[in-house]
Structures are given as structure tokens and as C-alpha cells.
Ligand binder design. Structure first.
Ligand code: ZN
Length: 172
């Protein structure tokens, strides 16, 4: 499976429309439809399953700590990431549907990260808030508002993807 994802991502990385997509805002998942329509819910859950496979198989290239729909060519506002930053096995992946930062610290930290959609092995540095308060829906369609500190940089990286922003757009 890992090889399949690597092949797929290598192929889509070469398509000009894909790099264009990375700079486009994602679409919101329709949560009303998600709650009432079984087929729509299954389609979204299948996309989430795919993101989980992508993150668990280290994205084909390197150890990924987060993943967004944009990374796999699906411009929907869905992200997932490891609760403890790194792959700790099958558990511990947090999935957020339509995540939105509603509050953040004024204090920032400079964080380095690679990006699977660039896959050049380089580390890019960006300013990230020390903590963020995020509103999102989980897989069950339940709304949450949670604060995150040590994973704020990962969440911001993935949320940026949802907003069409790359790590190369605002380097420190
Ligand atoms: Zn990225």
C-alpha cells in the first residue's frame, strides 16, 4: 500500500493542476448532509480512511505527522494528525472536519517542517502560535472546541493547506 501511495503522489505532483490546487482554498464538508445522507457520509469517511492510510504509511516518502485533503489531491477541509506528533501505532490519530482556529496565542514559536506535497526533503521555517483553540467536527459529526499547544504547528501546517497556503509562502 505504501508503494501505491508513493506512486500516486509522485504522479499527481507532476500534474500542473495539482500544484494549482495546493494554492486554492478547500471546500467545506456539508455537515448537514453528512448527518442525514448515508452515501455522502460514506464518501467522506472513505476519504478520511484514505488520509489515515497515507499518514500511517509515512506518506510514501517520510515520517508524516499530519495530513490534509489537499496533500492527496482532494480539496476538502479535512485534516488528520498524530495526537503525540509521531506515529505511535494505529491509534492516536485525530481527525478534524472543517477545522477553524477561533482563538490563538499572541506569542509565537518558529517551527521547522517538511511538506509531503513538496517532498524535496528540505525543512521550512514558519511562525506558529504557541497555542490555538480549534472548532471542528469529528468523524461522528460531533462538534468540538479544543485547545492544542505542542501540536499547534502541525495543525497550523495542515490548516494552511486547507486554505491554499504552503510552508514556502510565509517563511521566517
Ligand atoms: Zn504540507
Amino acid at each position: 500500500m505504501s508503494e501505491n501511495i508513493k506512486d500516486f503522489l509522485t504522479q499527481i505532483s507532476d500534474i500542473p493542476e495539482y500544484s494549482e490546487l495546493l494554492h486554492r482554498r478547500g471546500f467545506q464538508v456539508n455537515m448537514r448532509l453528512y448527518k442525514i445522507n448515508k452515501k455522502y457520509r460514506k464518501m467522506i469517511k472513505d476519504i478520511i480512511k484514505y488520509l489515515h492510510i497515507a499518514i500511517k504509511t509515512n506518506y510514501g516518502w517520510f515520517s508524516a505527522s499530519g495530513m490534509s485533503g489537499h496533500n492527496v489531491g482532494i480539496p476538502l477541509n479535512i485534516i488528520c494528525f498524530y495526537k503525540d506528533r509521531w506515529n505511535t501505532g494505529d491509534d492516536g490519530i485525530i481527525t478534524m472536519i472543517n477545522p477553524k482556529i477561533i482563538e490563538q496565542s499572541k506569542e509565537t514559536k518558529v517551527c521547522g517542517s517538511g511538506c509531503g506535497s513538496i517532498a524535496d526533503g528540505k525543512t521550512y521555517y514558519n511562525k506558529r502560535p504557541l497555542w490555538i483553540l480549534v472548532k471542528y467536527f469529528d468523524i461522528k459529526g460531533i462538534e468540538h472546541t479544543d485547545s492544542f499547544n505542542h501540536t499547534s504547528d502541525i495543525i497550523c501546517h495542515e490548516l494552511d493547506h486547507n486554505n491554499g497556503i504552503m510552508v514556502t509562502d510565509n517563511p521566517v
